[in-house]
Design a protein. Structure first.
Lengths: 276, 238
């Protein structure tokens, strides 16, 4: 059944749009940095270079990958929503959902299999991102120490101490994208065409992301409970020391949200009156 | 009348003594300067620790190149190098006036159980960046153990030095370099930080950090006066 769901996802051209967008985005950033990376780095580091001379290969593959990941922070969840928001609503729209439910399989299992298929897609997209962003960036720019500019700190990580951080960061990102897929799936259960869940997921993520990133005291209480605040937990692996407790908490929050979203989807879908 | 003559004589003696002290201080400074000026260039394997409030940099190992008067470069085998702006200020010679200067004896001070002669050196011209340098000198070994240089544009630069294997050449084994640091802040909306630590943790960590920046360099070995080519210092800064 999972194979069938994966087949359904990967036979749609829109699935490959995401891979194309990720590739294009990464290549555009890489080419832009090849062309004008020095100016970009000089601008980004002007706060530090007023007092220090930074030499060596600052603009290396690790930094370029970090820039790509940072830039795709908002886009990747939207690309996940493009597919995950379609898994139930798309079938409802095409009128195949009733047919699917005639199979001797519980509705819960159908939801879980569709969720698993959406997560597989999300993981493949992340894997592709890792290959394109990390692989090509290292190929174009080489390796070196990583400079991470935080709002209040200038963090330098030695090049031998970076690859494990990327592996951990991609694993954490996979967890975050699982939460996004779960949200899109939930909205997909409520709709009869995929535009609503896709746009809904995008809208929720964009609005919550604003709450999470705006450094206003009024949002301080709320934002620690928003999953969008914890989606950037992968960045914690590029800090020194790594805030493991905070990352663990973020991971727990994302798991809880995922369970809630999937649980709510199962609960609703089991009771849903399927008319199409 | 007799009383006046006595007073004049005492004043004259004091003046002569002061002049003699001034001369001793000047001689000491000239000896120190000569020792420092004998080093035209060096390359040294170094371990560098940067302790700046807003910087989280692991200890950096590398090769430090210096060529008098004003060339310095840290090379880290493909890694990033970080040196303070005007890094040549980390060379002792650049923290002391090298043209004509007035040398004032400021007595003695005991640092780490060692009595050191303190001299103040004021350049006679106003063209350079240095306004005043205070030097704590081990008179027996003719070594500057501490310097405090007030500059026009770079604030006050303090440097502590420890000597060992290369003391005959006047080259330190360890230098701790203190600099004034500026505030570092980028809007969170730009960096999209992950708030791993709570605000209380951040404030606690910030309060532990010294207000002054501190850069410590340990010199493992030196290769001195081998005639380093200028090309070594020509690197594209990124």
């Amino acid at each position: 059944m999972l194979r069938l769901e994966l087949y359904k996802i990967f036979k749609k051209p829109r699935t490959y749009i995401s891979f194309g967008i990720v590739t294009a985005f990464a290549l555009v950033i890489q080419l832009a940095l090849v062309a004008d990376g020095k100016n970009f780095i000089a601008f980004a580091m002007q706060g530090v270079s007023a007092q220090f001379d930074i030499g060596g290969n600052v603009l290396n593959g690790y930094l370029v990958t970090y820039i790509i990941l940072q830039s795709l922070l908002l886009q990747i969840p939207l690309l996940i929503a493009l597919v995950a928001g379609d898994v139930l609503a798309g079938e409802a729209n095409m009128g195949t959902l009733r047919l699917l439910l005639t199979k001797p399989v519980s509705r819960s299992k159908i939801v879980l299999v569709k969720f698993t298929a959406a997560v597989c897609y999300a993981l493949l997209l992340l894997l592709w991102l890792a290959v394109i962003a990390l692989g090509l960036s290292i190929l174009f720019f080489g390796t070196g120490d990583l400079v991470n500019m935080k709002s209040d700190a200038f963090v330098v990580l030695l090049k031998d101490d970076i690859m494990w951080r990327y592996i951990a960061a991609f694993m954490f990102a996979a967890l975050a994208m699982t939460t996004v897929a779960a949200l899109a799936l939930l909205l997909s259960a409520f709709a009869d065409n995929s535009i609503g869940p896709i746009m809904g997921t995008m809208g929720i993520i964009v609005v919550l992301m604003i709450f999470s990133t705006l450094d206003l005291p009024i949002f301080d209480v709320v934002k620690q409970y928003l999953f969008t605040t914890h989606m950037v937990g992968w960045k914690g692996f590029f800090d020194d020391p790594v805030p493991y407790d905070a990352i663990r908490f973020s991971a727990i929050v994302l798991v809880v949200y995922t369970i809630l979203f999937v649980g709510a989807t199962v609960f609703y879908f089991r009771k849903k009156d399927i008319k199409s | 009348m007799k009383k006046c003559i006595w007073i004049l004589a005492v004043q004259l003696l004091c003046g002569i003594q002061a002049f003699a002290q001034q001369t001793d201080a000047e001689k000491l400074f000239i000896k120190l300067r000569q020792k420092i000026d004998a080093i035209k260039d060096y390359e040294a394997n170094v371990k560098m620790k940067i302790d700046i409030a807003y910087m989280r940099v692991p200890p950096l190992n590398g090769k430090l190149y210096f060529k008098a008067p004003d060339k310095m470069k840290l090379e880290r085998n493909g890694g990033i190098s970080i040196l303070p702006k005007r890094s040549t200020n980390m060379a002792l010679g650049n923290l002391m006036p090298n043209q004509s200067a007035t040398v004032i004896d400021a007595g003695t001070e005991t640092i780490n159980g060692k009595q050191l002669r303190v001299i103040k050196v004021v350049p006679n011209t106003e063209q350079g960046d240095i306004v005043l340098t205070k030097i704590w000198i081990d008179e027996q070994r003719v070594l500057a153990m501490r310097t405090e240089t007030t500059t026009r544009e770079n604030g006050t630069i303090k440097m502590d030095l420890e000597f060992g294997k290369y003391e005959k050449q006047g080259l330190p084994d360890k230098v701790i370099f203190y600099i004034d640091t500026k505030e570092f802040k980028i809007p969170k909306g730009v960096t999209m930080d992950y708030d791993g630590a709570t605000k209380a943790d951040v404030e606690k960590a910030a309060s532990k950090k010294p207000k002054k920046g501190r850069i410590q360099i340990e010199y493992m070995d030196y290769t001195i006066n081998k005639g380093l080519p200028d090309a070594i210092f020509a690197e594209n800064k990124k």
